[in-house]
Design a protein around this ligand. Structure first.
Ligand SMILES: [Zn+2]
Length: 66
């Protein structure tokens, strides 16, 4: 019905999958991330490239300990 909705969805999926499996919530605590802010990241290449984003260095460290 509303073509603008399709454009919005396409733009969002582009920004989330351009680098592989990029998520927009913290991989450790599930907190939402501000896309305009630099966030700590961890990338793995075990099964294709997967990028994990974290809200801060503490969450990144906790994720890497697991
Ligand atoms: Zn977090």
């Amino acid at each position: 019905m509303a073509p603008h909705v399709d454009d919005t969805i396409a733009d969002r999926s582009l920004s989330e999958t351009g680098d592989g499996d990029v998520v927009t919530v913290c991989a450790e605590c599930d907190g939402e991330l501000d896309p305009g802010e630099r966030t700590p990241t961890v990338a793995t290449v075990a099964d294709g490239v997967t990028v994990y984003l974290f809200c801060d260095e503490d969450c990144k460290a906790a994720f890497q300990r697991d």
